[in-house]
Write a protein that binds this ligand. Structure first.
Ligand code: G6P
Length: 609
């Protein structure tokens, strides 16, 4: 949420800043700005409401060849999206960009009488606070930043420059990521390593409570208590192709189509079909520790939460004597929940930075339970703070709506469940079908994506674009799959879409059925198939407009549309059905002319509460 970039070196800073911001635009996109300094410290500040493209047009009139600067793309928290509220914020000679929230900004603001506030933001308060300690510029900027940060309550990733010292940038982090890229005679700053790809492969990931003074050829990292830190230089693993559209119209479609490969990456080296075993090295739990687990808590937000819910339906099918609770992180962090002895928490997050999920992780650790990350972003805060984990390895997911991460999160968690079951001595004959199907899943998704179905879904979507509401229905494992389908539709098509457990239909939602609604029914073969068929009939009898997604070839009720899947899978057929839900939502968003990759009001990585 929000993106920060910075540059100091010999090249044109504006060029790097704007290209970096474009890469980070998925993190927030309601306004953006950059400031650069010339050798004398004269600043050029350019800010614009809306997308980076607007900033670029403003920049065309103010081209500079300055070699130092900072920039920001914003997802508004305090104050509406406007030019005045866009970062960088100025106070005296100081310019500041900030991700996060300064919680005590009102109290701090009341003490900063000498600053004439021009915005409604908490960030300008921090700029003014730093300036109050810096003023004449006789002391190092880094000292003023540290003094200010010691008074701050909240979260931040910041970059600061001063007109009085046009050779250095000060950066700091607490709860909001910051990466310092090391180039040849240049240092690059970003809140997400994707902005650095193509410029350098070497980077330092700041830790919470660290502050760094950087120039084009030096990086000094300290703690807020002035203790020097010998920061670890790490390699950035992603390549340029992974963050480009690769011929697709949208990142979302690219990411849907990538699922066979991204899931294969999740499985690589972990599934042994010869011996019907799963090996996960990352969690770092011994056989004895796995055997002792009695309770699993699965924590996440949005898609990660639904992935956790679906995985828990699977895990409880084959893991005896374990209770599983799936919780929404923003709720759980404030509940007085009792964590039973021998609990393990699965912390699920694509970005590894979601504020609520991170807060739960810290709380759960305090209570003594072991935490296992199911994370995509390598080196992210959650990945660093968990006791162990399993990276899903799906590569960068750029579209705000999550697709390939969901599929891999579900399977990674099921694999973790299998390792528990293996340790607890569950019979191989029970686990074998799960393992066999997991191994087949990438090919089965590929089969679907290369069939006529994607085109059929596209054609079908035209018919439903005029509807105002969608109801997603399913039973058992199809229910969490329906929840994820409805979320996808809501996020990118702006259609009011909600999911219900089929059995709940007659306890309320059935009253909604009329011509403004369509109903998407996920209907996998299996024990509850006949019951679900009765439910479909109940909807049809009330004039519903039903779309059925099923792997049952004999399905023949007179519904409006049927998407029949041919797949060898039984257990994981809902994952294939979810790919169809993804395609349906994607085509709906395109049909409505929406910004598919950056839906209104949302951001990819929610690093504030
Ligand atoms: C945001 C994104 C969702 C995502 C959720 C959790 O709301 O728009 O796509 O599912 O955050 O993100 P995480 O990075 O923790 O998986």
């Amino acid at each position: 949420m929000c993106g920060i970039v910075g540059y100091v070196g010999n090249k044109n800073a504006q060029n790097f800043l704007v290209s970096g911001l474009k890469r980070l635009e998925y993190r927030g996109y309601d306004s953006a700005g950059v400031v650069t300094l010339d050798q004398e410290g004269n600043a050029t500040l350019i800010r614009a409401k809306g997308k980076i493209a607007n900033l670029e047009s403003c920049m065309a009139k103010k081209k500079r060849d300055d070699v130092i600067g900072i920039g920001h793309t914003r997802w508004a928290t305090h104050g509406e999206p406007s030019e005045a509220n866009a970062h960088p914020h100025k106070a005296g000679s100081i310019y500041l960009v900030h991700n996060g929230i300064i919680e005590n900004y009102k109290e701090l603001k009341s003490q900063l009488k000498n600053h004439d506030f021009k915005s409604d933001t908490d960030t300008e308060v921090l700029a003014a606070l730093i300036e109050s300690f810096y003023q004449d510029g006789k002391h190092p900027l880094v000292n003023a930043v540290v003094q200010a940060l010691k008074l701050v309550k909240g979260t931040y990733g910041i970059a600061v420059v001063s007109e009085k010292n046009p050779e250095e940038i000060v950066v700091a982090r607490s709860g909001s990521p910051l990466v310092v890229g090391i180039g040849k005679d240049e240092t690059l700053i970003a809140s997400d390593a994707s902005a650095l790809i193509g410029h350098t492969k070497r980077a330092i990931y700041l830790k919470d409570g660290e502050v760094a003074k950087v120039s084009k050829d030096s990086i000094e990292v300290k703690t807020l208590n002035a203790e020097p830190v010998s920061a670890k230089v790490e390699e950035i693993e992603t390549n340029l192709a992974a963050i480009q559209k690769g011929g697709y119209d949208h990142f979302l479609l690219k990411e849907i189509m990538e699922q066979p490969e991204s899931l294969a990456e999740t499985l690589r080296g972990r599934v042994d079909t010869k011996n019907n075993l799963v090996h996960l090295g990352g969690p770092g739990l011994s056989e004895a520790e796995l055997r002792k687990i009695k309770h699993l808590i699965v924590v996440g937000c949005g898609t990660a939460h639904y992935a956790g819910t679906l995985a828990s339906y699977y895990i409880e099918q084959f893991t005896p004597e374990i209770t599983i609770e799936t919780v929404v992180a923003s709720e759980y962090r404030y509940r007085q929940a009792y964590i039973p002895k021998d609990s393990v928490a699965l912390i699920v997050s694509q970005s590894g930075e979601t504020a609520d999920t991170l807060a739960c992780l810290r709380e759960i650790k305090k209570q003594g339970a072991k935490t296992i990350g199911i994370v995509n972003a390598i080196g992210s805060t959650i990945a660093r703070e968990v006791d162990g984990g399993t990276y899903v390895h799906v590569g960068p997911e750029i579209a705000v709506a999550s697709t390939k991460a969901f599929t891999s999160q579900v399977i990674a968690m099921v694999m973790f469940g299998i390792t528990i079951a293996q340790a607890k001595g569950v019979k191989n004959t029970i686990l074998r079908s799960y393992i066999e199907e997991i191994a087949k899943l990438p090919d089965e998704i590929s089969k679907l994506l290369n069939s006529d179905i994607p085109n059929a879904v596209k054609t079908m979507t035209q018919k439903y674009a005029k509807y105002e509401h969608g109801i997603y229905l399913g039973r058992d494992v199809a229910y969490p799959t329906a929840m994820e389908g409805a979320l996808k539709m809501k996020e990118i098509s702006y259609l009011d879409a909600n999911a219900y457990a089929f059995g709940e239909l007659k306890h309320g939602p059935l009253a909604l059925v009329d011509d403004r609604f369509f109903e998407v029914v996920l209907l996998p073969k299996g024990a509850l198939y006949e019951k679900a068929i009765s439910n479909v009939q109940e909807v049809l009898a009330r004039g519903g407009h039903v779309i059925v997604i099923t792997n049952e070839e004999h399905f023949d009720l007179p519904v409006d549309d049927i998407v029949k899947i041919t797949t060898d899978l039984e257990i994981f057929a809902p994952i294939i059905m979810n790919v169809i839900s993804q395609l349906f939502a994607y085509n709906m968003a395109v049909a409505k002319g929406n910004n598919v990759d950056q839906p209104r009001n949302l951001a990819k990585s929610v690093t504030v509460e």
